[in-house]
Structure formats: structure tokens, C-alpha cells
Design a binder for this molecule. Structure first.
Ligand code: APR
Length: 228
């Protein structure tokens, strides 16, 4: 049985108007990671962090999937085999396009209790100290994996990398591990490797095939080639 594992990054949602992190003027040029994407930053200034994610949540709420999201959802529906989407993105655009994805860095649409690990659908605007609907502790936080925390679903992802026939990375700079190391795991099991990006990346050398261009153009073309 053919299995394609596809890792997606911020570049996939760029043409839906959601900023990437490391491109010119990206999110990490506007905010310090240590201030808005670490547990220490959240402990130091919960208001700043909650508002950073409130702004991203409402942007993601308004955003619509682009042709690349739709092409990947089509691949999941029509491919003669399994298609596993593993996304580093915290927006819900794969799902809005009718796809399903493993969110290894969490989701803006989800809230997490820092005291009891309960999860619930996040309100558009969260506030520091919101009570957990399960244990009541004033410990609600964005359900986002911050730097220094362990990404979600790593066992499932490792199992998929172990037996995939094709591994593709779309719109990711390959600078953040463990995601940036997935291609090596796929290569060890003999998978075909494909990188789709606007330009070459730190991990381009690990891929056998490359498609260069905007995701909204190269992803539908790549999906078409897989389905015909
Ligand atoms: N089409 C295809 N690729 C694009 C496009 C586009 N229209 N626009 C940008 N890109 C590519 C860039 O060339 C770059 O390689 O998308 C990538 C974006 O890289 P990053 O901003 O680093 O985003 P990502 O790789 O997803 O970051 C990984 O880092 O900060 C953490 O948790 C955060 O999930 C994020 C992780």
C-alpha cells in the first residue's frame, strides 16, 4: 500500500495571507521568540503572549485555504493509498479545505489547561487567567507547542515516516527540529523525497526531487502528477 507523508510549514499558508516566520519581515522579525513563544515568556508576561495568539487566531479565523490546501485535500480523497498530512502550522486551513492533518505544534483553535491538560475549543479572544472548564484553575493557555516543549503526536509521526513510500516537505525552511529531521528518517526507510518551496532551504540537499515556486502553483501540479 502506497503511503505519502507530507510535512507542511508556514509557506503553505503564505498565499492565504498568514505571515511566515523567517521570511523578510516575518513574525520573528516582529516579535522575539523568547517573549511570545516560550513557557518562560508566558510566565513573564501572559498578557503579551495571549494577545499575540489572539491576533494570530483572528487572522487565521478570517483566512481562506489557497489552491495548495485544496490540492492536498483532493490528494487525501483521491489517492490510491494513504496520505498523511503532518503540519507545523497552527492555522486550520488544511481542515477548512476538507483535509485532515496531524498538528505537531498545536492549534490556534484549541485551548489548553496548564494545570490539568484539559483541552477545549478556544474562544476567539483568550485572556490570561481564564478558568479551565474542567478543573476550574485560572490556567488557560493557547494550545501551542512553544520552544522548549515537546511537539505533539511524535510517536504516530515516527511510525508514518518508518513506512512511507514518499516523503514531501512543503513551505518549510527546515530550521526547526524535530520536523527538519523527518526527511532523514524517511530516507533511512528508502522513501522517495520531494521538497516543494519558493526557494532552496537548509535541508534541500537531503531531498531527491525539488519543485520551486509558489505553493498555490506547484502543489496542485505535483498532486495532479500523483493522481494521473
Ligand atoms: N510558496 C511556497 N513556499 C513558500 C511561500 C510560498 N508562497 N512563501 C514562503 N515559502 C517558504 C519559504 O521559502 C520558507 O522556506 O516557506 C518557508 C517558511 O519558513 P518559516 O517561516 O521558517 O516557517 P516554518 O518552516 O513553517 O517554521 C517552522 O518554526 O517558529 C517555529 O513553530 C514555528 O511551526 C513553525 C516552525
Amino acid at each position: 500500500m502506497n503511503k505519502i507523508v507530507i510535512l507542511t510549514g508556514a509557506g503553505l499558508s503564505a498565499e492565504s495571507g498568514l505571515g511566515t516566520f523567517r521570511d523578510e519581515g516575518g513574525l520573528w522579525a516582529q516579535h522575539r521568540i523568547e517573549d511570545v513563544a516560550t513557557p518562560e515568556g508566558f510566565a513573564r508576561d501572559p498578557e503579551l503572549v495571549v494577545n499575540f495568539y489572539n491576533a494570530r487566531r483572528s487572522q487565521a479565523h478570517e483566512a481562506t485555504p489557497n489552491a495548495a490546501h485544496h490540492a492536498l485535500a483532493r490528494l487525501q480523497k483521491d489517492y490510491d493509498g494513504e496520505v498523511i498530512l503532518v503540519t507545523q502550522n497552527v492555522d486550520g486551513l488544511h481542515e477548512k479545505a476538507g483535509g485532515s492533518a496531524i498538528h505537531m505544534h498545536g492549534e490556534l483553535a484549541s485551548a489548553l489547561c496548564g494545570a490539568c491538560d484539559h483541552r477545549w475549543p478556544a474562544p476567539l479572544e483568550m485572556a490570561p487567567g481564564d478558568p479551565c472548564p474542567s478543573c476550574g484553575a485560572p490556567a488557560a493557555r493557547p494550545d501551542i507547542v512553544w520552544f522548549g516543549e515537546v511537539p505533539y503526536h511524535m510517536e504516530d509521526i515516527a511510525a508514518h515516516l518508518f513506512d512511507c513510500t514518499i516523503f514531501a516537505a512543503i513551505g518549510t525552511s527546515g530550521q526547526v527540529y524535530p520536523a527538519a529531521g523527518f526527511v532523514q528518517e524517511a530516507l533511512m526507510n528508502g522513501a522517495e523525497t520531494v521538497e516543494l518551496n519558493l526557494k532552496s532551504t537548509d535541508i534541500s540537499g537531503a531531498f531527491a526531487q525539488h519543485h520551486i515556486g509558489p505553493a498555490s502553483e506547484i502543489v496542485p501540479a505535483w498532486v495532479e502528477s500523483l493522481l494521473t
